[in-house]
Structures are given as C-alpha cells and as structure tokens.
Design a protein around this ligand. Sequence first.
Ligand SMILES: NC(=O)c1ccc[n+]([C@@H]2O[C@H](COP(=O)([O-])OP(=O)(O)OC[C@H]3O[C@@H](n4cnc5c(N)ncnc54)[C@H](OP(=O)(O)O)[C@@H]3O)[C@@H](O)[C@H]2O)c1
Length: 295
Amino acid sequence: MTRILVIGATGLLGSRLMELGKESYEMHGTYSRDKPKGSNMHRMDVTKRDEVFSILEKVKPDCVADTAAITDVDYCETHPEEAWLVNVDGTKNVAEACKRIGAKMVFLSTDYVFDGKKLDYSEKDKPRPMNYYAKTKLVSEHVLEALGVNYITARTAVLYGLGGLGKKNFVTWIIEKLDNKEKIRIVTDQHNNPTYSDNLAEILLALYRKDAKGLFHVTGSDCLSRYEFALRISDAFGLDGKLISPTTTPELNQIAVRPEKVSMVTNKVERVTGIKPMGVDEGLRRLKEQLEVKE
Ligand SMILES: NC(=O)c1ccc[n+]([C@@H]2O[C@H](COP(=O)([O-])OP(=O)(O)OC[C@H]3O[C@@H](n4cnc5c(N)ncnc54)[C@H](OP(=O)(O)O)[C@@H]3O)[C@@H](O)[C@H]2O)c1
C-alpha cells in the first residue's frame, strides 16, 4: 500500500490530510510538541536534520506532505531567525531527505508571495513578497526547484476548517466571538481566497494521484475581503452579523505588511485534477455539517 508521511500532522491541514488520506493510503504523521491521538505518529523537529533523515529512512514513505511551518505572519516578522530556521532550513532538510529516499514531496506555500498590485495571479506571475513569512516560503519554493527533488508546491490562502489541536483559524475565531456576543472589527481592505482545509487536502491527494509536478495555485474559488467573509460566516452559522463592524488595515496596526488584494487563478490545478475548488458558501456549509456531527 502506498505510504504517505504528513509532517505537521497536528496542524489544521496536516490533521485533515491524515484523516482523508487514510481511505486509500497507509498514513504516518509527525508532531513536534504534543503527541496527537492515533497510530503511526512520530516526533520530529524539522530543524533537526538527523531526526528528519532518520524518520524518513525508517518510515520509507512514497510521498511526504510537508505542512510544517511557523504560520503566524506577525510572529515571523518579529522572530525572523526562528522563522528562517523552521520555514526554510526545515523545508530544505525535508527536501534533501525526500531526495535521498526517492519520495515525492508536497510543499505548502502562500498567496502572500504576491504584492497584490494586479488582478488574478497565475503560476506564471512574478512574486514579490511583502512580509518575512512570505519571503521564507518563496525561498523554500526556490530551494525545492534547485535541489531537483520530485515536488508539488501548492500556494494556498486563509485556511479554515476543523482540525489541528484546537488552534483557532479565522472562521472558528469568528464563530466563537459571535457565539459569545462579542463585538469585533474586521478589515475591509484585505482580500484573499479563503480555502476550506478539507477541500485543499482532497485536491493535494488528487494531485499526488495524478503524479503532478511543479507549482500550483490551490485556493478557494471566491476572492473577498475579510469583512465580507466574516459576514458570510455569520450568515452561514445563523449568528448576529451586527456584532461585526468594518475597519481598515492602518487602524489595526498589524506588525507584518499584508497585500491589499491577492486573487488567485486556479485553472491549472482544475485542469490537472478535474476538481474545481470550492467557494466560500460551500466550504462553510461543509464545515457546519462537520461541526454538527461533532456535537
Ligand atoms: N493557515 C493558513 O491560512 C495558510 C495560508 C497559506 C499557506 N499556509 C501553509 O500551509 C501549511 C499548513 O498550514 P496550517 O495552517 O495547517 O498550519 P498550522 O495549523 O499552523 O500547523 C503547523 C504545523 O507545523 C508544525 N511545526 C511547527 N514547527 C515545527 C518544527 N520545528 N518541526 C516540526 N513541525 C513543526 C506544528 O507541529 P506542532 O504543533 O507539533 O509544533 C503543526 O503541526 C503551512 O506550510 C502554511 O505555511 C497556511
């Protein structure tokens, strides 16, 4: 049976890949801090080269989905050395180990590699990252290319869903705030394509099955502002949208610079997999069903 190792199996995407992959593959996962439930879990810190090589040589996966990263964009800005160590050196360790054992590598990058100065970004557009997190991701994209490893890089955006060890994402955070009747201010001037983690996981598995290679944009199909997204969330979950008020990025004082509008074109991944990524309404509906089953 084909074996897949998910690095970062405790994360939002990693945990969903573990769950959805187990239908067809022998799944193994890694964690770096708290051990999650389930079998085939291995402790691994991607910054420790020997550890990475020893686990890949022991598990011998056909495919490694590397979802491990420091994903907090502001934290990366204030802790650049740590961000580089995990997001670049860690990725390089995984890529070199994949090359050594002949495994395919699936790597996750971000829509933030673009500056948002044009409409509709395809894989052919030139990146220009505006924050440190995005720089680490772009350098890692180049590292994979330069090493000649057999890779898929998927650039994604604003992941939401139910997964990981209780860490909040934009959607679960909004639901919690509105459930508690708290007032929140959300920016109207940051636009991206929110991506349902299960849909991303399904598409990554489909890319692997198709033996795809290279760079793909894999995001949800709707590009909308965080404010519009928050309103759609309140609608979908029957919560009070009047608790949400609009604000702007300058008022928010975020540490890292964010591009104003990055809309991603996903034609390439649609062509290769035959799957059209979900829009926000469908993603939220699927998430709601998942939450109802959990309760
Ligand atoms: N979330 C988004 O909106 C978004 C947008 C664009 C791209 N992406 C990319 O998509 C991927 C998945 O994102 P996500 O939101 O699912 O991530 P996440 O929930 O923040 O999880 C990150 C994972 O990385 C692991 N990790 C962190 N440091 C590590 C280290 N030194 N060694 C090994 N593992 C380490 C964590 O394991 P422990 O908890 O055990 O430490 C965790 O499993 C990432 O590459 C991210 O950059 C995410």
